[in-house]
Design a protein around this ligand. Structure first.
Ligand SMILES: Cc1cc2nc3c(=O)[nH]c(=O)nc-3n(C[C@H](O)[C@H](O)[C@H](O)COP(=O)(O)O)c2cc1C
Length: 201
C-alpha cells in the first residue's frame, strides 16, 4: 500500500511525520521531558497574550489511576497504557476584564499542537481524545464549566507494540491521509467557484 502521507508542497517533515498512534509503551516519561512539552505549549500565541490554556496532567501513578477513569471504554483500551494523560482546558473569560473569550479554544488548540510537535521531536506519540466523561473531568479538576471549558484529553508516550491493541485498532495503527490541498486553502477569487461546484462540504 502506498503511504497516505504525501505532501503536496514543500513542508517541514515534522508536520507530516507526526501521527496519532494508539500502541503506547508504558515507559514513564522523565519529568524534564514532561516540562519541555508544556514549555512548548507555553509559547503559543493567544488573543491579547491571555494564554487561556490550562493543562492538568497525570504522570504519577496515583494521578494516572484517577485520570484513567475518564476516557470512554474504546479509548481506555489503549490510553490506559500511556504514561502521561493530560486534560486540556481553556478559560472562558479574559482575566483582564472578565469578558467572554471566544478565542480561547483557538488559542488552546495552538498550544496543544505545540505540545504535540515538541513531543514528536522527543520521539513521543501524542493522541488527543474527545471521547471522555466531561462532567467527571470538571469534578476531577475541581473547576466549573463557567470558569473553564474542558476541551480534550491527550495521551502521550513512546510507541509500543501494536499487538497489545484490540484487533480493530491494531488494523488501523498507521498514519492516515488528508483532504486535497485545494479543498483546504483557496484564494478569495476562487471561493465562489469552489462553492458552486460543491467542492467543499
Ligand atoms: C480534538 C480531538 C479529538 C479526538 N478524539 C479522539 C478519540 O476520542 N479517540 C481516538 O481514537 N482518536 C481521537 N482523535 C484522533 C484523531 O482521530 C486523529 O488526530 C485524526 O484522525 C488525524 O490523524 P493523525 O493525528 O494521526 O494525523 C482526536 C483528535 C482530536 C484533535
Amino acid at each position: 500500500m502506498s503511504s497516505p502521507r504525501v505532501p503536496q508542497a514543500a513542508v517541514d517533515g515534522q508536520f507530516v511525520n507526526r501521527w496519532s498512534g494508539r500502541a503506547f509503551a508504558s515507559d514513564s516519561i522523565p519529568q524534564p521531558v514532561i516540562d519541555s512539552l508544556f514549555e512548548a505549549a507555553r509559547w503559543a500565541p493567544s488573543c491579547f497574550n491571555e494564554q487561556p490554556w490550562l493543562f492538568v496532567y497525570a504522570a504519577a501513578e496515583a494521578d494516572l489511576a484517577r485520570m484513567r477513569s475518564l476516557p470512554v471504554a474504546k479509548n481506555r483500551s489503549w490510553a490506559d497504557r500511556a504514561p502521561l494523560l493530560v486534560l486540556v482546558l481553556a478559560r472562558t473569560s479574559f482575566e483582564k476584564n472578565g469578558k467572554p473569550n471566544r478565542h480561547a479554544a483557538f488559542d488552546a488548540g495552538a498550544a496543544w499542537m505545540s505540545l504535540a510537535l515538541q513531543a514528536h521531536a522527543h520521539g513521543l506519540m501524542t493522541h488527543a481524545m474527545a471521547g471522555f466523561d466531561e462532567a467527571a473531568a470538571y469534578s476531577l479538576c475541581g473547576v466549573s464549566p463557567q470558569r473553564y471549558t474542558v476541551l480534550a484529553m491527550i495521551a502521550v508516550g513512546k510507541s509500543g507494540d501494536a499487538a497489545n491493541l484490540p484487533p480493530d485498532l491494531a488494523a488501523i495503527e498507521h498514519p492516515n491521509g488528508r483532504k486535497d490541498a485545494g479543498r483546504v486553502a483557496v484564494p478569495l477569487s476562487g471561493i465562489a467557484a469552489l462553492l458552486a461546484a460543491g467542492g467543499i462540504p
